[in-house]
Design a protein around this ligand. Sequence first.
Ligand code: SAM
Length: 187
Amino acid sequence: MNKILVLRLGHRIERDKRVSTHVGLVARAFNADGIIYSGEFDNNLINSIKKVIEKWGGPFLVSYTPDWKREIKNLRDKGFVIIHLTMYGINLPDVIDSIKSEFFDKKKNLVVVVGSEKVPRDLYEIADYNVAIGNQPHSEIAALAVFLDWLFEGKELLKTFNNAKIRIIPSARGKKVVVKNSKSSNT
Ligand code: SAM
C-alpha cells in the first residue's frame, strides 16, 4: 500500500510547540502514515505524538531529520511525489485530480511539506506540486487538514486504529468511550 508522509519544516522549540504537535495529530487523524520534523530537535514534541499513538493507536511514524533537503531528495529517489503546501501555489481544486491520480492510480507515495515561518526558496523548485489551499495566508494545520480531506474525500473521518487502547463511540450527547480490557463508560 502506498503511503503519505508529512514533512514539517523549521520547527522552533519555543514558538511552535503546539502548532507542530497539532500538525502531527492532524497527519495521524486524517490518514497520513507518518510525520518527519525538521528544524530544532525537540524530544518533547516527538514524545507527545508517541504518547497519543500509544493510547489512541497506530501505526504512525514519527521521526526527525536535521537536513530537510537531503530528506526530500532521499524520498524523491525512492519515488515519492513532493507536494508543498503554500499560498503561492496552484489552487487545490485545479490540481487535486492530478494528485489523486498519482496516489490512487499510479500508487505513488506522497510527501506533503508544510512550513513554519519562512520557507526556503529551493523548496518551490524541488516540489512536484506547489499547492495553495486558497491564496490567502492561514495555517499549516488547516492547510494539511484540508489537503488530506480533499484527497480522501471525507473517508478519512471514519478511520479507526486497530491497536487503540481507547476508542470513542460517537454519540449525540455526552462522552462514550471504550477502554481496552474494560467496559464502556459514559461521562
Ligand atoms: N510566511 C511564510 C512563507 O513565507 O511561506 C508562511 C508561513 S505559514 C504560517 C506556515 C505554513 O502554513 C506555510 O509554509 C504553508 O505550508 C502553510 N500555509 C499557510 N497558508 C497556506 C495556504 N493558503 N495554502 C497552503 N498552505 C498554507
